[in-house]
Design a protein around this ligand. Sequence first.
Ligand code: GLU
Length: 441
Amino acid sequence: MTITRFAPSPTGYIHVGNLRTALMNYLIARKNGGTFILRIDDTDPVRSKEEYVEGLKEDLTWLGLKWDRVERQSERLDKYRVAADKLREMGRFYEAWETPTELDLKRKKQLNMGKPPVYDRAALNLTEAEKTKLREERGPGVWRFKLDQERIEWNDGILGDISIDAASVSDPVLIRADGQILYTLASVVDDTEMGVTNVVRGSDHVTNTATQIQIMQALGGTLPSFVHHSLLTGPQGEALSKRLGVLALRDLRARGVQPFALLSVLSRIGSSDPVELRTDMAELIDGFEIGHFSSAPTKFDVEDLFPMTARYLQTLPLEAVADDIAAIGVPDDKAELFWQVTRENITTLQDLKGWWDMFSQGAEPVIADEDKEFIAQAMAMLPEGAFDETTWSTWTAAVKEKTGRKGKTLFMPLRLALTGQASGPEMAAMLPLLQVVKARG
Ligand code: GLU
């Protein structure tokens, strides 16, 4: 049974980088008929906000990524304490009192001597009397996990064989001086107790994984398989983090990006599979292969989401957009035609309003000097009242007859006079939607 989890910290809104992690975990679970857990990593009571918990559920729901259950770390604190006690009994947990400034100083010294800035384990050498004294002077210390200083190895689903020397990693702090349980411990306990089989996360977690493997082993848990995907960069390879504000899912939603555009792009970029529009979840699931992803940083261009959105909209029947069309004031009896005419000429649904404004209020005519007389003649022949689907052909035939113009010299000036644009949907289809002709003068 495959069990995956998406484990955001509710300290901000989901952005495209998180979405890639969420999607990979979701798709692996669904592809294998498994379980997808939404785990809220909220052990930090100050930075975690309920507003973000709601926000991330909203974003996942908008995308159609249904989770099978929600787990909250803040409701599982007693389990983490039990695990901490176990580590303490095993002698794998020790208290340390260095202040951040002291640690910083140590790191600087090490770096000056050309050594890696790894915690020197000074606290391991404290006598009981020294510990009591420190506790009196400084209060409770932090709790560090004592790594076994050997190589930690695993076969990563994307990165391949990984080998990390534990001696090059600081003993991780698992409990803060104020008693707050940190993610590293909480995540290990959860992954073990929830039977998570596949941990998929960004490559910024590789060192975490090394330490978590040792903690899991110490607690007697079964190791899941680990996959670390590359991080997204901007189109020029620049770090994406600087622009995360712009790339929050809710901002993309507000800009009119469609869920399937996001899903199609983010479930395939960085893999050897083509990035194509997919319009249903089953297709996204079937074709997903985690083994096809590359370890190289993955370029992401937010602008790619817009042509993909346009292509998606072209596939939609009227029913799918009827509410949006009604909302901008298009009467029911014109909705079908309006959608036929506009759907290949919009990027997002937000562009519909511009089209309806044009049809309902009329476009500013564009008339070249040499066409002035011709347009005046043509307008005099344009029927009064509502147009129908035959109006364009009957009218242009009559105008041709009268003026002798034909082909482009006939049609283009008429299009420019009626719509103000040199290109766009078929004139025959647009005319019945056009309520006002400003070019009539
Ligand atoms: N809360 C962690 C994060 O957002 C989860 C990492 C993990 O998947 O274990 O980075």
